[in-house]
Design a protein around this ligand. Structure first.
Ligand SMILES: [Zn+2]
Ligand SMILES: [Zn+2]
Length: 131
């Protein structure tokens, strides 16, 4: 991965690596289970690391699954993040769409609304599962 990582603590790096290698979104408890051999003991250790990684824009939280994924982009991105989530195999893809983002932000401005974060989750069936 060509990502230039901000200064991460050991715990943050471990959590980030776990998410980067995962094939599907992981819950905090799954991350904890995978990192017990690295000395993780309590959910709070995982949550603290996740909070920092979210702050750095290195990972995203999927609200509907209550799970986390590593960002697919090599640099911190802004605007609306669109997730495509397959309900059968659990595969998640991440897209950004400038047109969608601009339209959503425009609607917010019209309502005098300040957007702090924007995420769209598209749920359905991926190409390989629908074959
Ligand atoms: Zn991302
Ligand atoms: Zn699928």
């Amino acid at each position: 991965m060509t990502l230039s990582l901000p200064d991460l603590t050991k715990n943050q790096s471990l959590v980030f690596e776990t998410l980067s290698q995962a094939e599907a979104p992981l819950s905090a408890y799954t991350i904890l289970d995978q990192l017990r051999s690295e000395g993780f003991r309590a959910p709070l250790q995982v949550y603290r690391a996740l909070d920092k990684l979210l702050e750095h824009g290195l990972i995203h939280r999927l609200e509907s699954l209550n799970a986390f994924v590593a960002c697919r982009h090599s640099h911190k991105h802004q605007g609306t993040t669109v997730f495509v989530i397959c309900g059968r195999c659990g595969d998640v893809d991440e897209l950004t769409d400038q047109v969608v983002n601009d339209q959503l932000m425009q609607r917010a401005v019209e309502r005098d609304f300040t957007v702090e974060s924007a995420m769209v989750e598209l749920r359905g069936c991926c190409g390989s599962c629908s074959q």
